[in-house]
Design a protein. Structure first.
Length: 610
């Protein structure tokens, strides 16, 4: 059998939108992984539908390329802190990281999050200043920012002595010269081989492997991915799975081994220490379990995962229109799907309620839970979703604590005052404010997560869509007391049927509508936003009374303002504590949690009394 190729295992880490996935595309092309005539989609690593639509990486994915006789295993990681559970596990599989920073935006919050994890593991980064061809590049300041970031994260002297490359991932060149604007990625390949150490693992010890990713295959069942920590494994070798305490969970055989070659997983007969592989054959083992030779009794230590900070209630859809648009509507189906998600995504926790009709799903942030809801919706599920709420804690003195986030906002100078004012109302404290060039200001806040729920849409309105907000979990800190919620009430339908244009026309004076004529509505459904602070029950089905003097044709020319149509994330951010979002494969509707108006009043009186 031929000798294995020398190995290098690296992760590419960066803030969202700084060009990780585009750079990996070019590494593929220039290493010969794709044939010249092979048609490959842009951002080939973002293979999931939601990743393609949103232009972000959600799932960490390994791949590998061969360059001058060296196999380089690359992991493309998510940039959003909401998917940080993926990043933390991935870093335990690699021996080096490429830290990619935008030549204009510089070190951003998520850069800090992932880099902190990498430095704590002792990894020595290669810093790549990407998009050097931007007209607003500020390369030297960005490098200074990165150095300051490393110092603030307690980097060692060795880690502070990082190599730097200047690149344009889109145009496929990298160089040690900041003024160069052409060439290939050859210097980057060379730097990876020279700077990243080969895996220093014991190839003669018994086989052991830590599961870092889990997915399912219709033919193979559970597919466990990770790096071989020691020894060698062959197909059909007896193995067992150990939990964190060293208890044997199950015993079986490695029925299939697969290695990553380009974008594909290809079957292999054996894998050695340092290889990143996928393994099938076990039915129970999951993320952070150790898979090993049956003689091994001590598990590999898994990275601790930061706890969830936000939760939402996923309930069975009990609206009058339940079951008309989706085919997965029972609590058992929802339960099985959520437990399956929690199994492969360790940053999510699922708790069943006492009535068995709803589930508390806790995660890292609104984006992560929003992606889960959107995925389930596309799979045919119908759900009722509550307003997100933060998970509180207690400090050593028994005082209530709540999660805080670092919020970095880039905004045009003219909107800075409005943003500072709105953030103050949400109990945020400004920690830094400085001009970032081009008529923009960068403002940094420490804000309770509770105050940020639902703010993003308002923020975009306040900044005319030009502001950029980045958030990152910071700490658990003292509870900040009550924070003012939505200032407007809602228009609630008091009947069931189809909305009528004549009725909607007269309701436009009351506020902003969310429905069109002929839309199906039901009692308790929210059909608009009231211009005043209180909720208002209205009749959107009222039709014109016809008499000898009033003909039907007179008002044919009713012209309605187009309704405000919300995306899933906007709807979740908009609702109040006594409201829900009804999510089906075809529709997103807002509704009161209690549909009956009399029951709603009773519940409201009880709440006030309490």
């Amino acid at each position: 059998m031929s000798a294995p190729l020398p190995l290098r295992n690296i992760a590419i880490i960066a803030h969202v939108d700084h060009g990780k996935t585009t750079l990996v595309d070019q590494l593929f092309r220039q290493s010969g992984t794709f044939r010249d005539n092979q048609r490959v989609e842009e951002r080939a690593m973002d293979s999931n539908d939601l990743e393609k639509e949103r232009g972000i990486t959600i799932l960490a994915k390994p791949t590998s390329i061969e360059w001058n006789g060296t196999r380089i295993n690359i992991v493309d990681t998510p940039g959003h802190a909401d998917f940080g559970g993926e990043v933390e596990r991935i870093l335990s599989m690699v021996d080096g990281v490429i830290l990619l920073v935008d030549s204009s935006e510089g070190a951003m919050p998520q850069t800090k999050f992932v880099t902190g994890k990498a430095l704590a593991l002792g990894l020595k980064p290669i810093v790549v200043v990407n998009k050097v061809d931007r007209p607003d590049e500020r390369i030297q300041e960005v490098l200074d920012e990165v150095f300051d970031l490393f110092v603030s994260l307690d980097a060692t002297d060795e880690q502070l002595d990082f190599p730097v490359l200047y690149a344009s991932g889109r145009n496929g060149y990298a160089s040690t010269d900041p003024d160069r604007r052409e060439g290939t990625l050859e210097p980057m390949f060379q730097k990876i081989v020279d700077h990243v150490p080969p895996p220093s693992l014991d190839a003669d010890a018994p086989f052991s492997f830590l599961v870092t990713l889990l997915d399912r295959d219709n033919f193979l069942g559970r597919v466990l991915t990770g790096r071989v920590q020691s020894g060698t494994i062959k197909v059909n070798q007896p193995i067992h799975a150990l939990d964190a305490d060293g208890k044997v969970i199950e015993t079986g055989r490695a029925s299939k081994l697969m290695a990553f070659r380009g974008l594909d997983r290809v079957p292999v007969d054996e894998a050695r220490a340092g290889d990143i592989i996928s393994l099938a054959g076990l039915a129970v083992a999951t993320v952070s379990n150790t898979i090993a030779d049956t003689s091994v009794t001590v598990p590999i230590k898994a990275q601790p995962i930061d706890p969830p900070t936000l939760s939402m209630r996923f309930a069975v859809n009990d609206s009058p229109m339940a079951g008309r648009e989706g085919d997965k509507v029972t609590s058992r189906m929802i339960r099985d799907r959520l437990l399956r998600e929690a199994e492969s995504n360790v940053a999510i926790k699922v708790t069943e309620s006492a009535d068995k009709d709803s589930f508390e799903v806790a995660g890292r942030g609104e984006l992560q839970l929003g992606v889960l809801i959107e995925t389930m919706r596309r799979e045919g599920f119908e759900l009722g979703i509550s307003r997100p709420r933060v998970l509180y804690g207690t400090d050593e003195n028994g005082q209530r604590t709540e999660p805080y986030e670092t919020v970095v906002i880039d905004v045009d100078d003219e909107h800075a005052g409005t943003v500072v004012d709105k953030m103050n109302q949400r109990k945020a404290e400004m920690t830094d404010m400085r001009p970032s060039g081009g008529g923009k200001t960068r403002i940094t806040f420490s804000a309770p997560s509770r105050g940020l729920i639902g703010y993003h849409g308002e923020f975009l309105s306040d900044t005319r869509g030009t502001g950029i907000m980045n958030r990152l979990f910071e700490k658990y800190g003292p509870h900040k007391g009550p924070i003012e919620g939505r200032s407007n009430g809602v228009l609630i339908s008091n009947c069931t049927g189809e909305a009528v244009g004549y009725a909607l026309n007269s309701l436009e004076d009351r506020g902003v509508l969310f429905v069109r004529p002929q839309d199906k509505i039901y009692e308790g459904m929210i059909i608009g936003e009231n211009a005043k602070p209180e909720d208002l029950e209205v009749n959107p089905m009222k039709s014109k009374q016809l008499t000898n003097f009033r003909s039907t044709g007179k008002d044919d020319a009713i012209r309605l303002t187009p309704p405000r149509i919300m995306t899933l994330e906007q709807a979740i951010a908009y609702i109040d504590d006594d409201e829900m979002v009804e999510v089906t494969p075809k529709s997103i509707r807002l509704r009161k949690a209690i549909l009956d108006p009399n029951e709603r009043k009773k519940a409201s009186r009880k709440k006030e009394a309490a």
